[in-house]
Each structure stands twice: as C-alpha cells, then as structure tokens.
Ligand binder design. Structure first.
Ligand code: FAD
Length: 328
C-alpha cells in the first residue's frame, strides 16, 4: 500500500505538461502498490485552482503550498516544504521533473532527505520492493538500469516519456504550511526570462522541426519555421553549429550541451547526426531526416529518411502537411 508523491511543476500560475506526466507516472506506480498518489503544487495564492486538473490525472490528494514568495519558484523554501512533506508522508517514490526547475529542486530535496536520486529517467518499475529506473548515459549511447535502494527513492523523469492519461480520483485538497518564512529565503528568483521566443517549449512540444548547417545561413531558417507552423504544434530546434554561428538563439540548441527532447515527431533538416546532437533527441518517438548525403549518420537512427536537397524537399513537405491538415 505504498504511497507515491508527485511534484507538479507550474509556470506563471499554470500547470506544465510535465506536471501531468509526473502524476501519470505516479498513478501507474500506485496502481501496482495499491497506495495513493499525493500531488504537490507550490505557487502564489490561487494556485489551488489547478488541483482539479491533477485529480483528473490520478491524484488522490493534492497538497497545496500557497505563498506570495512561491510565485516564481523559491529554491530554499520550496525544497524545505517538499522535503518536509515527503518525510512526513512516508512515500516509497517521489517523482520530479527533469526540467530547469526540477534539476534545481530534486537534488536539494534528496540532500535534505539523504535519499538516492536518479535524473533524466525514461522508465520506472517496481519489482518486489525495489525501485528500478532506466536513464540514458554516455551521451545517450547506453541505457542504464538503476536500482534505487533508498527509501524514499527520488526519481526525476524526462519530459514526454510518460504520456498523460486521465484517471480521475478525488483530489482532496490539503493545505501545507511553509517551513519557516519563505520571504526570508537567501535565494530570490527575481525574473524568469523565456528563451527562443517561440510559443511552445522545446521540452513539451509534440513535434520539433530542427535545422542544421545544411540550411547554409539564417536567411533560410524560414523553411524550418514554415514547416513547424504547418504542423501547428511544433517548436523549432537547431544544432550547436547553428546556435554557435548565431543563426538561432542558444536556447534552441538540442543535444549533449543543449536541450534533451523526446517529441512524438522529430524532423531533422540538414543535420548530419553527430553523436552530441543525437544525445539530445534519440529518444524521440519518430525521427524523420532530410539530408542530401545518404551516408549521413542521422539516417542510422531515423525511422524515415529522405535523401535529397532540403531546399526542394522542405517546401514540398510543408505544402503536403498543409494539404493534409486542410483535408482534416
Ligand atoms: P554538419 O555536421 O556540418 O552537417 C550538415 C549536414 O547538412 C550534412 O550532413 C550535409 O550533408 C547536410 N546538407 C548540406 N546541404 C544540404 C542540402 N542542401 N540538403 C540537405 N542536406 C544538406 N552539436 C549539437 O547539435 N548539439 C550539442 O549539444 C552539441 N554538443 C557538443 C559538445 C561537444 C563537447 C562537442 C565537441 C560538440 C558538440 N556538438 C553539438 C557539435 C557536434 O559535434 C556537431 O558539430 C554538430 O552537431 C553538427 O551540426 P550540423 O549537423 O548542423 O552540421
């Protein structure tokens, strides 16, 4: 009957998609243990309005920490209250996002609890009493299986690996009091600046159209943007060469030293498929590569490969996507 904790990340007062993924992952574990899912949200007063959505995805209880100082995340105060709740709740597993916020929060909580933490997790299982997780290592060349022996086991999931599934539960709201005075924190987040300027976050977009050096220059990136716009739910990504050259902002870079993404569909345009780029996107569900060199390494991991000149293929693909969308 072990219970599972899920940290539900919010941004600007709204739940992020990975919050629903965390609750979905927690629900599937709790369905095995027969225990409850307790989701946790922290934010400015009014954040409790998100509780119903967490209940829809399987939260039996939603623990809400509301305080003006939680509006833009508060590393020390949020870590203190989360650790406190996990300690008090006796959870078997606590799930976090592998996001910018989660990568700051989860290690702080793990340190406070003296618990084991595995980040960038793509799969979680309970075997007898053990928590077994999978996560890519060695820039994605190896999928490592790790047994977390601590209790609780802390797990930070990679975005887009646990598709949100509706499994409505009661979602009773429980108010959590901050530990100490959150306004007195030594670390204060003053501003959150969104990079890239695109509407969809790369970590959450179901489709990513990514461009490489094959585009020849920034003036041709409109081809990638137009294809992304035709899909309607796509974000634009890039290789490091492209961001280093200043054709696109650094926040668009995908790979070992950029963003880790796992969209449903990844379209690689004029990208060779260097190991450092693959490290950031190889877990994408379906990969389409467009490259004029049939020996390009990207074709080794592509589900669909189009060998040819991107300057001919991308406009044709954009037109085809628009046509298919128009047909419904
Ligand atoms: P290229 O390798 O130059 O490939 C361009 C491709 O475009 C070629 O395959 C070519 O055949 C094709 N092409 C050219 N013209 C056309 C055309 N008209 N039509 C169709 N195809 C065409 N890279 C990342 O992306 N992300 C990272 O996070 C990253 N981290 C790194 C970390 C380290 C420590 C190091 C050393 C490198 C890192 N790199 C990273 C760089 C990486 O090694 C590659 O240099 C980079 O990914 C190559 O980018 P590219 O595919 O755009 O360019």
């Amino acid at each position: 009957m072990a219970n599972i904790f899920a940290f539900a990340e919010t941004r600007n007062g709204e739940l992020r998609k990975i919050a629903l993924e965390a609750v979905t992952a927690a629900r599937s574990l709790a369905d095995v243990t027969g225990g409850n899912v307790d989701a946790f949200i922290a934010g400015a007063p009014g954040i409790s309005g998100s509780a119903a959505q967490l209940a829809k995805y399987g939260a039996d209880t939603v623990i809400v920490a509301e305080h003006p100082a939680f509006e833009k995340y508060n590393p020390e105060a949020v870590a203190a209250i989360v650790a406190d709740r996990i300690r008090a709740g006796g959870y078997r597993v606590a799930i976090f996002p592998t996001s910018a916020l989660g990568s700051d929060l989860a290690p702080r909580v793990a340190a406070k609890l003296g618990a084991g933490l595995v980040t960038d997790v793509t799969d979680i299982k309970l075997e007898a009493d053990a928590v077994i997780v999978k996560h890519p290592v060695n820039i994605g060349k190896v999928l490592s299986t790790v047994r977390i022996s601590s209790n609780p086991a802390l797990v930070a999931i990679r975005a887009n690996m646990f598709t949100p599934v509706e499994k409505p539960r009661a979602g009773a709201v429980q108010i959590a009091q901050p530990v100490g005075d959150p306004s007195a924190s030594r670390v204060v987040v003053k501003e959150v600046k969104m990079g890239g300027g695109t509407k969809l976050d790369l970590g959450e977009a179901p489709v990513i159209v990514s461009g490489g050096r094959g585009l020849k220059g920034p003036e041709n990136f409109h081809l990638v943007e137009e294809l992304a716009a035709a899909f309607g739910n796509a974000a634009v990504g890039a290789t490091r060469v492209v961001t280093d050259e200043g054709w696109r902002p650094h926040s668009d870079q995908i790979g070992q030293t950029g963003r880790l993404v796992s969209p449903q569909l990844y379209v690689a345009v004029g990208i060779s498929g260097a190991i450092q780029h693959l490290a950031g996107m190889r877990t994408s569900k379906t990969i389409v590569a467009i490259n004029k060199d049939k020996e390009a390494p990207i074709f080794k991991i592509a589900d669909y490969g189009i060998v040819g000149d991107l300057f001919e293929i991308v406009p044709a693909l954009t037109a085809a996507v628009k046509e298919a969308k128009a047909r419904g």
